[in-house]
Design a protein around this ligand. Sequence first.
Ligand SMILES: O=P(O)(O)OC[C@H]1O[C@](O)(CO)[C@@H](O)[C@@H]1O
Length: 423
Amino acid sequence: MLRLDTRFLKGFPKALKVYEKDLLEARERLLAKNKAPGAMLGWMGLPEDTETLREIRRYREAHPWVEDYVLLGIGGSALGPKALEAAFNESGVRFHYVDHVEPEPVRKLLRTLDPRKTLVNAISKSGATAETLAALLIFLNWLQKSLGEGWRRHLVLTTDPQRGALRALAEREGLRTFAIPENVGGRYSVLSPVGLLPLAFAGADLEALLMGARKANELALAPLEQSLPLQTALLQHLHRHLPVTVFMVYSERLKHLPSWFVQLHDESLGKQDREGNRVGTTAVPALGPADQHAQVQLFREGPLDKLIVLVVPERAAEDLPLPEVAGLEAEAGYLFGKGLFALLKAEAEATYRALAEAGQRVYTLYLSEVSPYAVGWLLQHLMWQTAFLGELWGVNAFDQPGVELGKRLTFALLGRPGYGEEG
Ligand SMILES: O=P(O)(O)OC[C@H]1O[C@](O)(CO)[C@@H](O)[C@@H]1O
């Protein structure tokens, strides 16, 4: 379950009334786009795709020998699986993410892996991402050299159903693939095989994850009073004059979730609107309680230029009682007999109050617990929030023209044919 707490934003209930028409129109505009050719709204339907789920299950069952899972991908092709696997790995399969191009960690990883027990999953929607292609060259070569003809069983590609280098390679070599639907962009793809395939190997409850996401869908389309995604979109919209939106998660298991959110928010919304105005707010990742001992000093006394979102679980699946230890009564006695989770909850609540008292704009999203159901709900909720904001801010939340020049310049520097000196 997901619950919104805006107790320190006193004007919010009134704003909900004032902005009702704008919000409902934004939702209508977004949904109307679904009919247009080329609309990238396929993420809305992913939670309903039980056929793909079955296919993924069958593949997982046919590969019981996998002990190490190497994921080659970057941005939307890595951040979602990384965030979810860290939270819900129940299987003991070891996951390794090559979402970088630094040689030493790749060399170190190759030294530790047994190719006979390793599955390599290259993920790229476009099939054209330099970092992923570079990693694929290395791992394909390693599999071929170590396993000879048997290498094909150890490589699975997740990519566009028709286009791109990964699709072409799969067809040439007869490799197993999973499709990222054409109308699903990278940062909206976590509930496609991009996330579901690795999570099947992690032993996560995929049905619960998708069930949670379906709940977010239901609320996204509900009347405004129940529509959590429209409500948090409004909170972001009301504070768009503040340059920073902090996303602070109080869960060690969800420590990679803020990075997933940063890509979703920044790459979707940081762009020029139709009039050429630069719009967007900068999402900043934060982790509680670790950042109470780092960023919270700035949040308390630095510039009042932020909207701060706290994501806090309400329950622990299993708490850990704090034992009494003789000799530590004076400093730690107040903790004796309490649960570790009680400390987490108290710290989140204290930070919430302290930030509000400092004059920062802050609200909390409570997760009933860190479960696949609640997190699936949260992920899909945040995708809806972002899509609604795209409409409210007059930008296309599904493209990323701003990253193209950097890619072209990289190609030019590496002498890729067709790319001149200045790209
Ligand atoms: O899945 P692909 O096509 O390799 O893209 C990886 C990432 O690169 C981008 O296209 C640009 O940063 C992201 O939108 C995407 O998530």
